[in-house]
Design a protein around this ligand. Structure first.
Ligand SMILES: NC(=O)c1ccc[n+]([C@@H]2O[C@H](COP(=O)([O-])OP(=O)(O)OC[C@H]3O[C@@H](n4cnc5c(N)ncnc54)[C@H](O)[C@@H]3O)[C@@H](O)[C@H]2O)c1
Length: 442
């Protein structure tokens, strides 16, 4: 390994997951099973990917852990919060993502992962009925209670470092309000004044994590850390933040497929995406206010890849107010499918002289199976970023996220093109490993 300024990954890493549902338990079970040599962490970049470092005669292809100091799976300790009191074993069985034979070998360890009481407000997810909830007078008390949870967990488990990741339900949409979300002072004031309309419970988790010196990752489409006030807090505490929304099935396909249409200079008149899913996530998203949060996140992908202003002939003639192609995303709750989501994409493209063609993609995926490796990569890489002294929005993690964070107040655009995102990821690893960033063809 080359000389770099990254602190070593010594000691235990506490990964505290908000929400102990399908995604969280699939992630935890997979890590524990891998540790025992009983399964393989397929889909995880930090465990499998090899990237080139150096050029010419010095060129080498190395795993991330051979370039930068990453925490080892053996050093991970899991904690969690949930509205329901069931331990991680019971929650994994309830989720029915994994077969019993793939859970039972780590039953003892999962049973010890018992959710702490959640910072919760029913108005943010009406369909949840659990009562493992903190009794707090206001949002500021929620923050204080969560900070105490993090401190206690760290001490009890002898952790050197903590990362907090949100894998809880999607909250209702909280539009960014400059007056409240624009500065840290205004945000704190609103928390103390118990402004329940503008301060989502997820913001209390993020605030608590950052002030306790833990990176925070938003895995749902919530606007939680996507506000200037939280960027200010991340700068103040010198902690990394990342979000939002794990890029798993349909959007992964979209961000990989749209660049092909763009690179080949084909036209697009419409892209219709629909899904059916039947897990608790689907149940929460069946509520229009919660779906809207997801819709905003899912819709943002195409806009920065196929740009009407850059190629008006190809992307500027849709029926969406006659400005661009028509883009629609739907999610339908359909219980029989449980976690096995089915996504359909109908893509109306056109070619030479405007002649229309259609592409159909039918992805029979497994939501939590696709999400679990993202949690591993996002937590390990955020921990790495913190040790490398990188703080604020971690754009190099856009690769893993559906609606990547960017400083929109400075006119920055999100990078949604999967291959550009991969270049950003590789270059960040190279830089943290003491190598030069580059875009040489491998
Ligand atoms: N699986 C995917 O492909 C995927 C992709 C992108 C994003 N996500 C997001 O990940 C999240 C988790 O998905 P899932 O399938 O595991 O859902 P899930 O419903 O199985 O689990 C979410 C859990 O969060 C808990 N919860 C809700 N609010 C909470 C709070 N304030 N504090 C603590 N716990 C709380 C719920 O009780 C539930 O047990 C969802 O927001 C989903 O939109 C999933």
């Amino acid at each position: 390994m080359k000389q770099n300024d990254v602190k070593p990954a010594d000691g235990k890493l506490g990964i505290m997951v908000v929400g102990c549902g399908a995604v969280a338990t699939t992630f935890m079970t997979g890590v524990l099973m891998t540790r025992k040599g009983l399964t393989k962490p397929v889909g995880s970049m930090t465990q499998y990917d090899k990237i080139r470092v150096g050029r010419g005669a010095d060129k080498q292809y190395l795993h991330y852990q051979d370039i930068v100091p990453l925490a080892k799976l053996d050093d991970i300790v899991f904690g969690t919060w949930d509205v329901y009191p069931q331990n991680a074993y019971q929650a994994a069985m309830y989720a029915e993502v994994l077969k019993e034979k793939d859970i039972n070998p780590v039953k003892d360890e999962l049973e010890k992962i018992v959710p702490l009481k959640a910072a919760f407000d029913k108005n943010y997810a009406k369909r949840l009925t659990g009562d493992n909830v903190k009794d707090c007078k206001n949002r500021w008390e929620m923050v204080e209670a969560l900070r105490q949870d993090i401190r206690d967990f760290k001490e009890k488990n002898g952790c050197a470092r903590i990362v907090v990741i949100w894998a809880a339900s999607t909250e209702i949409y909280v539009p960014v309000d400059e007056k409240i979300h624009g500065t840290l002072a205004a945000l704190e004031e609103a928390m103390k004044a118990d402004d329940r309309e503008h301060i989502a419970p997820s913001m209390c988790y993020a605030y608590a994590a950052l002030t306790e010196g833990a990176p925070f990752i938003m895995g749902a489409p919530n606007t939680t850390v996507d506000i200037p006030a939280m960027w200010e807090l991340a700068e103040k505490t010198r902690m990394p933040i990342a979000g939002k929304d794990f890029k798993t099935g349909q959007t992964l396909v979209k961000s990989g497929f749209a660049p092909m249409i763009g690179a080949r200079c084909l036209g697009l008149s419409g892209w219709f995406s629909t899904n059916i899913l039947g897990n608790r996530d689907g149940l929460v998203l069946d509520e229009p206010a919660n779906f809207h949060t997801k819709e905003v996140s899912k819709l943002s992908t195409l806009e920065t890849i196929l740009k009407p202003d850059v190629q008006p002939d190809l992307y500027g003639h849709g029926n969406d107010e006659d400005t661009q192609y028509y883009h629609k995303v739907r999610i339908n709750y359909y219980p029989p499918r449980n976690d096995n989501k089915e996504g359909w994409d109908n893509i109306d493209i056109f070619g030479w002289m405007g002649y229309p063609m259609q592409i159909k993609i039918n992805f029979l995926c497994r939501d939590s199976i696709l999400a679990a490796p993202l949690l591993l990569d996002l937590t390990l890489l955020s921990d790495l970023a913190a040790r490398a002294g990188r703080y604020g929005i971690q754009r190099f993690l856009s690769f893993f996220l559906k609606a990547p964070m960017h400083d929109y107040t400075q006119g920055e655009e999100a990078v949604n093109n999967l291959y550009q995102q991969y270049t950003m990821l590789k270059n960040a690893i190279r830089e943290m490993g003491g190598y030069e960033a580059d875009e040489e063809i491998d």
